[in-house]
Design a protein around this ligand. Structure first.
Ligand code: SUG
Length: 420
């Protein structure tokens, strides 16, 4: 009997975590570009979130950092001299730990949704941002180890680079339960605004075809231009769904009423919780990352919202959350977590995880977390992760060797040295 549950695969924050200000349209990345970063603290915060969710009784997975600095990327760009300031951003790109945001690793269609009854994953090409465009070949390699059982999983290469794809951050799945056939909602942006629209409609349509989805259970929805212009570089900064609930800002979609109507037509049980701009403006939503939350079905059946501390501490967001909890809505618990190091680069609790509905027994167990494995990770991170990185350190040989050694120690501790 298969036991389909939602497993959240969090990216372990890599040892080269730094603030290089690389993501145009991501306000936090721009604001913190040039700051010192604290990779050890960042990875421990991420691990703390994983332990938090494990403690709620939920299945928890992990994905490992990718090899950095990426010498292949540097070499292909002809970059050699670490002293050349003009090339600073490109060099920083080769050091980016951005694969920690595994919501961008792939788009996932669980087995109940697909024509062949297997769970399909398509790696995201992430072509809009140079530092992210180098992720997918290594991501695919890792996904093919974690989800190697071909009876249950299919891992696809990224779609062609002419169509930008940012993975699950622009994809929502709704249904009566995780194990029931779902409605898959793909959210794309239209270019031409102040900031790049990273998700191309044709990438979403290609993923839906590759996964063998039923067109009657797919929606392709345009993200609102004003949300992108306000800093919602991914849809998961302004909306999140879980089972029958959609939790969204009223300005998330280009046609909000049409979107809600289409969802209700496909899923009559849908409950749509809309946060009005009069209570929480788009600017407040993006500064606090209220929607970059993990909306989770807890073992008791009620839903909990794992939000960043920044949202809990924001007065207008807190007022709205207090009102929501006092009402009789479907979200019964609010659970704040500290992921401040990731937040300063625009990555909240939801960015740090890739959702896969699957039977945990079909996943390579080295990618599943329990308390004992969390202890092992904590020991390796505390010992091997650099404490601090100043942007000027990027390119230094001594830092490169400690970053490489730290990742190697992690892979060894997990029995995953083949990924080195
Ligand atoms: O792609 N930040 C990431 C944040 C990704 C958030 N993911 C989701 N919303 N699902 C990005 O913009 C910043 C890197 C820097 O500036 O150093 C960065 O890549």
């Amino acid at each position: 009997m298969s036991n389909l549950v939602e497993i959240n695969f969090d990216g372990i924050v890599g040892p080269s975590h730094n603030y290089a200000g690389l993501s145009l349209g991501n306000l936090a990345s721009a604001k913190h570009g040039g700051d010192a970063s604290y990779p050890r603290a960042a990875a421990l915060q991420g691990l703390g979130k994983m332990r938090h969710n494990l403690g709620l009784g939920l299945a928890q997975g992990l994905l490992c950092p990718l090899p950095r600095p990426n010498h292949g990327f540097l070499g292909a760009l002809g970059l050699g001299d670490p002293a050349d300031e003009a090339e600073r951003r490109l060099r920083a790109a080769a050091w980016s730990a951005s694969s920690m945001w595994t919501a961008n690793a792939a788009t996932v269609s669980p087995a109940p949704d697909t024509a062949d009854g297997r769970c399909h994953l398509t790696a995201a090409n992430l072509v809009t941002m140079p530092h992210r465009s180098q992720e997918w070949p290594d991501t695919v390699r890792q996904l093919r180890v974690a989800f190697a059982d071909a009876r249950h999983f299919v891992v696809h290469d990224a779609v062609p680079a002419c169509f930008g794809d940012e993975g699950a951050a622009n994809h929502m799945r709704m249904g009566t339960t995780h194990a029931a056939p779902g409605l898959e909602i793909f959210v794309y942006g239209r270019p031409g605004g102040a900031f790049p629209a990273r998700q191309h409609e044709q990438a979403s349509r290609a993923v839906a075809r590759l996964h063998g989805l039923d067109p009657a259970r797919c929606l392709f929805v345009e993200q609102s231009g004003e949300a992108i212009a306000a800093g919602a570089f991914h849809n998961d900064v302004v909306a999140v769904a879980n089972e029958r609930v959609l939790f969204t800002h009223e300005q998330a979609f280009a046609d909000p009423e049409g979107t809600y109507a289409a969802i209700r037509a496909a899923l009559p049980e849908a409950e749509i919780v809309v946060v009005p701009a009069s209570a929480v403006s788009l600017a407040d939503a993006i500064a606090s990352y209220l929607f970059n939350a993990q909306l989770l079905t807890l073992p008791g059946g009620e839903m909990g919202l794992v939000i960043p501390l920044e949202a809990w501490e924001h007065p207008r967001v807190r007022a709205w959350l207090d009102g929501m909890l006092a009402s009789n809505g479907p979200i019964r618990r609010v659970l704040p977590v500290d992921v401040r190091q990731s937040m300063a680069n625009g990555g909240g609790p939801a960015c740090l995880r890739l959702r896969v509905v699957a039977d945990p027994a079909t996943v390579d167990p080295r990618f599943l977390l329990d308390e004992a494995r969390a202890d092992v990770l904590e020991t390796v991170i505390a010992k091997a992760w650099p404490e601090q990185i100043d942007p000027a350190d990027l390119g230094r040989e001594s830092l490169a060797s400690s970053v490489v050694a730290a990742r190697a120690a992690l892979l060894e501790a997990l029995g995953l040295s083949a990924l080195a």
